[in-house]
Ligand binder design. Structure first.
Ligand code: HEC
Length: 116
């Protein structure tokens, strides 16, 4: 009886979390992300191949979740805030061009299509 109640509660909780996380931000839309990528391509290359002369790493082939985390880090100042971090300081304002979390998801979804 007690176990059944616990199972029901856990199931309810899991359903709530799953529902919450999926409605909070929709999965990235690569087509929308492509429009944001127009800015990024200037340094990272049209196909996300990177450009060493600018210190811009290849983005093609990067994990979507990792790209999102780095963009959040740049936007929140965890990366690219130290004046000694020349390249990071160039990237940080670029992350600011992504107005919402959804925009980050979208551009990351587009990046994940590069280099296929
Ligand atoms: C002015 C040139 C420039 C533009 C434009 C630019 N970036 Fe960058 N980006 C960089 C540089 C330089 C780095 C490397 C930073 C470092 O060394 O820490 C970087 C790093 C990154 C990283 C981290 C890669 C890793 O492996 O940690 C991501 C993700 C990224 N950029 C995504 C983007 C996206 C998305 C856009 C477009 C919204 C964009 N960048 C626009 C220059 C640029």
């Amino acid at each position: 009886m007690k176990l059944k109640a616990t199972v029901a509660l856990v199931t309810l909780f899991a359903t709530f979390i799953a529902g919450f996380s999926s409605t909070a931000i929709a999965a990235g839309d690569a087509a929308r992300g492509q429009t944001f990528y127009a800015t990024c391509g200037a340094c990272h290359g049209a196909n996300g191949e990177g450009l060493e002369a600018l210190g811009s790493p290849a983005l093609a082939g990067q994990e979507e979740w990792y790209v999102i985390r780095q963009l959040q880090n740049f936007k929140s100042g965890i990366r690219g805030k130290d004046p000694r971090d020349t390249y990071g300081m160039q990237m940080a304002p670029m992350a600011m061009t992504l107005p919402t979390d959804q925009a980050m998801e979208d551009v990351a979804a587009y990046i994940s299509t590069l280099g296929d």
